[in-house]
Design a binder for this molecule. Structure first.
Ligand code: ZN
Ligand code: ZN
Length: 646
């Protein structure tokens, strides 16, 4: 059977072409050979080579077969026995590029790193120097269990930042924030103010406000104090830069498709038009965009293979797992007074919202962590599906963290698609003690979902969780955290299953399994080359596999410049500020060697580390930073001392 590129594209989900055959005499655009290619396609699960034409896979097979497709204009890649998998798909991500670029970052967004409360205070203090009084000073990416001081940030710490500015530090989980006295004063909240529905102003043992505010109680601060203002053009530019920036970060980690929680749709299209969108977007609309979709009669699926309307943005029903505010049917172990978390919406309101989306042909997507919230979502979904039957609606349950047998049965019956946390099993193991082993056996329940035939996908929830798929796969497979502790081992899944969760199941989550999620002729040529074999490497080292190359639509969008874990650092000579010096430096970052020289210098020690600001990996000893166009902001000029996790 001879097939043209277009003919093969039409075969999506259909007949396997069988043998590798030159397509109508047309040369392939790209041929990759001599690899260990894990296709995630049961018809040919492991091959050596594949060909790409006009952005799609056309043939898979052994090296000799595929090499026959090489013509004059064909780009070739010798994979040198490295492993190749389909591009990773992240089904829940807030894509906060502009936060990373422009805000004060008080924790490490990408890897496990402990910080001191003093460092947080210092960073915020520097920010107050550029901020007029009564204007908010904000910190982001705080993680309460990644603090060397081993205690919660509190109101007194933040009062040390400023008495004239309202100061807030946001937990990376997105459901709790820590405020100083000035902020409480402006919001007119004191120790006697009652908690509002769906949130709390936390108190210390003597009944005084301790600074921590949870979920809906934080809205009290929205309208007080001044905030920096930007013109429409400035906002658009910041959003563009933020999206372009985070797109680079995604592909550095091999992530080729991301479900974006809202964001500036206009900026996103401009980034694409400028050629700076390196990953594909399933755009999950909220607020005005969602209303506009409904008004215009635009259903889920509208768009193209780069930017497509997916489900709604996560519609929040309860609190957070990482910040311990999710709605549980039993009280949080060891918490007094007894606390069962926050439900942030009534069942009636949820029923109305889900019915409205469902009827509009839009895939619903609810944030539900606790068993109480998941039950509420399923109740509303079952009601909508019964009253307005619509085939294959795939209601999405983001997080879907704590389940039981009955909830799993109902999820399957409703055809719902959960997107549980991915990196938490590794990254957040230090928080599992707050739930205990009995509950953790039922949290992020990938084993239970897959056994029930549910298409569970990966939802990193970045900012709350790192989005690195290697960290995600390692955690799913081992259920062992960075601290060496294992929780809920009954939920372990195999490497093969974890790969499916992070690829084809993600495609299914947005109704795109016919065009992506596996290395199958006809599908989009999105794939990742990794330094070692995902399937044979020590399971505790999966997170250290190097992403060597990321390809989207047949185009390389990221390529590592060296292999840090396998090669000794090379000795290079650099000139910086007119001074030549020699160091052992090996860069594995997206930026070129030339720009790296402008970006940093170091007295070497052969340790791999990651810049908390731009996530560039680098070899490092003690490092003083020089300004970089890719790594702007105050942090770039700070002296940072790291210990590496690699
Ligand atoms: Zn959420
Ligand atoms: Zn989220």
């Amino acid at each position: 059977m001879k097939l043209s590129g277009a003919g093969i594209a039409a075969l999506v989900g259909g007949v396997w072409p069988g043998t590798a055959t030159a397509s109508e005499g047309q040369d392939a655009d790209l041929v990759v050979f001599n690899g260990k290619v894990y296709t995630v396609d049961s018809q040919a699960p492991k091959v050596e080579a594949f060909a790409v034409k006009t952005g799609r896979f056309t043939n898979v097979g052994n090296t000799a077969e595929i090499k026959a497709l090489i013509g004059k204009g064909t780009q070739t890649i010798d994979a040198k026995q490295m492993s190749i998998v389909p591009g990773f798909i992240d089904c829940h991500n807030h894509a906060p590029g502009n936060v990373l670029l422009y805000e004060v970052i008080v924790g490490n967004p990408f890897v496990v790193e402990f910080v001191t409360i003093e460092s947080i205070i210092d960073k915020l203090r520097s920010k107050t120097l550029q901020t007029p009084p009564r204007t908010w000073v904000e910190g982001f990416f705080f993680d309460d269990t990644k603090v060397k001081d081993d205690r919660l940030l509190n109101i007194h710490d933040l009062d040390r930042v400023s008495k004239d500015h309202p100061v807030v530090v946001h937990h990376r989980g997105g459901h709790t924030s820590f405020y100083n006295s000035k902020a409480f004063e402006l919001a007119d909240i004191n120790k006697n103010t009652p908690n509002p529905p769906g949130g709390t102003y936390d108190r210390d043992s003597s009944g005084e406000l301790n600074g921590r505010v949870t979920d809906l109680a934080r809205t009290s601060f929205n309208k007080v104090g001044r905030r920096p203002t930007f013109t429409a053009e400035q906002t658009l530019q910041r959003n563009r830069e933020g999206l372009a920036y985070i797109s680079k970060q995604f592909v550095r980690y091999g992530v080729t498709s991301v479900h974006h929680e809202g964001g500036d749709l206009f900026a996103l299209q401009q980034v694409r038009a400028r050629g700076d969108l390196l990953h594909r977007v399933s755009y999950e609309a909220d607020n005005k965009v969602l209303e506009a979709m409904i008004a215009a009669g635009m259903e889920t699926g509208f768009g193209d293979e780069w930017i497509r309307f997916g489900a709604t943005s996560e519609h929040t029903v309860d609190g957070s797992f990482s910040e311990r505010t999710m709605a549980l049917s039993t009280p949080y172990p060891g918490v007094t007074p007894s606390y069962k978390g926050n439900v942030t919406e009534t069942q009636d309101d949820l029923n109305t919202w889900i019915e409205r989306m469902h009827r509009a042909g839009i895939q619903v997507n609810c944030h539900a962590n606790g068993d109480v919230a998941i039950d509420m979502v399923l109740t509303a979904v079952e009601r909508a599906q019964k009253q307005f039957p619509r085939a294959d609606s795939r209601p999405k349950i983001t997080h879907c963290t704590l389940v039981n047998d009955d909830l799993v049965r109902r999820i399957k019956a409703a055809g719902a698609v959960p997107a549980p946390f991915t990196s938490y099993a590794y990254y957040n193991s230090d928080k599992f003690k707050y739930y205990g082993e009995e509950m953790m056996k039922h949290c992020m329940a990938y084993r239970s979902f897959l056994d029930a035939g549910i298409m569970a996908a990966a939802g990193s929830d970045f900012s709350p969780g790192p989005f690195d798929p290697r960290m995600a796969i390692q955690g799913m497979v081992t259920r062992t955290g960075w601290d060496g502790k294992t929780w809920g081992a009954n939920q372990r899944i195999s490497v093969e299953e974890a790969l499916r969760v992070n690829t084809i199941n993600g495609a299914y989550n947005s109704h795109e399994e016919a065009i992506k999620g596996s290395i199958t002729p006809g599908k989009l040529a999105d794939f990742v080359v990794m330094s070692d074999d995902l399937f044979t490497v020590d399971k505790e080292k999966i997170k250290d596999l190097q992403i060597v190359r990321t390809v989207v639509g047949g185009n390389t969008v990221y390529e590592a410049t060296s292999f840090p874990t396998r090669h000794a650092p090379r000795v290079v000579r650099r000139t910086l500020a007119g001074r030549a010096f020699t160091s052992q430096v090996a860069l594995v970052c997206a930026i070129s060697a030339e720009s790296s020289a402008r970006m940093w210098r170091c007295r070497f020690r052969s340790t791999l580390t990651t810049c908390r600001r731009c996530s560039q990996n680098m070899w490092h000893g003690s490092m003083s930073w020089a300004p970089s166009p890719l790594c702007p902001g105050p942090l770039a000029r700070q002296r940072i001392s790291y210990s590496s996790s690699t």
